[in-house]
Design a protein around this ligand. Sequence first.
Ligand code: ATP
Ligand code: AH0
Length: 400
Amino acid sequence: MHSHIQQLFDIAAKPSRKIIGLMSGTSLDGLDVALCELSGNGLDTNISVLQFMTVDYDADYKQRVKAVFAKREVDLQSVTLLNPWIGLEHGRMINQCLAKWQLTAADVDVIASHGQTIFHCPKRQHNLADYGNATLQIGDGDHLAVTTGITTISDFRQKHIAAGGEGAPLAVYGDYLLFSSRDENRIMLNIGGIANFTWLPQTLDANAVFSSDIGPGNTMMDAFIQRHYPAQHFDADAKLAKAGKVSEPLLGALMQDEFFTLNFPKTTGPEVFNLAYLANAQQQSGTQSLSHADIMATLNCFSAQMIIAAIKQTTAQLDNFVIYASGGGIHNPVLMSQIQHALPEVAIKTTADLGINPDAKEAVLFAVLANECLVGGKQQFSNAREGIPGVTMGKISFAD
Ligand SMILES: Nc1ncnc2c1ncn2[C@@H]1O[C@H](COP(=O)(O)OP(=O)(O)OP(=O)(O)O)[C@@H](O)[C@H]1O
Ligand SMILES: CC(=O)N[C@H]1[C@@H]2OC[C@@H](O2)[C@@H](O)[C@@H]1O[C@H](C)C(=O)O
């Protein structure tokens, strides 16, 4: 037997495993690094987040990734070069985190890497008869493994697509295992670049559980700020949005996309919800001369309204459920107050109330998926028709 296979066997047989979960999302703000300790698997998974850091990307990093991010036409050489380069950069960032935490590679069993999505394209979006759902994450796992000296599991989304899903949201697989509860119905709401949610009914019925993207979370607001205020990455504390007034005609035009009429689950990305989408909505509604502040107020309201509509649609028959929010959008006071205002009876908590730092939640998800890859079985979901196939995800790279 190859020593690598023995090594995997030994890791799987340990009473608990230390797994570094990595997430680099659509916001391109930084690499989320969560060092987790996991024991058990499936619904018996126990997790504690031992360390968490977001390693901010510098301007040069962002510029290189943005050159290919969510673009239909790119320089193929750049994509080819970025694939190993991001793997190396992420590896270096992990090495920095380990040094800071006074740990070495030997203290970590596995890295679980999401990589960087550069294009997400469900079939309904490209509409080409010969092709199915597709998504592309770069930041090669072998490079991460060799740079850190730690076995790396990566590229989780391809199996999901191969088995009938859209490659996202994978949140359902982690949320169900970590957060489902017989005590209450839960909506796990993540507001990253794209907003998504997982529905966790208190029946724990694996076939009723689902995750879906909702639409833009921060992505359009961030893109607008970065275009017009290049020194800023986002509208910190919604300062600009607070200074503006929502334009009803623009809001109406923004809400007109076919995506919002589709049933859950569904996925999307900045390939659809971007500044060109805004420009088109402004043209449709004759609102080209709005001030920056009014546009920001309207984009903020657009994200909020779509989140509210998704939650209301999912919980229409219920009078008791709790929202557990996560992702950078929870730090946006205008966004969060609109959601609370529209759902006055509903408790809006964060995943911190369930023991998981809301900024770390997606990185933790990938640690859970890696744990399942090593010691779990196929997940309970068998509703492939709903885009949630019962699969084990991830590809394994060894360090030597
Ligand atoms: N203080 C704040 N005020 C307003 N917005 C904030 C604040 N802090 C963070 N954000 C928003 O959160 C974003 C980062 O969110 P997050 O890290 O969850 O995104 P992501 O993981 O890249 O996205 P995705 O989940 O779509 O992949 C920032 O770009 C910004 O829009
Ligand atoms: C293709 C892709 O990277 N999608 C991300 C993105 O960011 C949020 C939303 O869109 C979600 O569908 C997904 O990430 C999370 C981690 C998921 O798969 O659950």
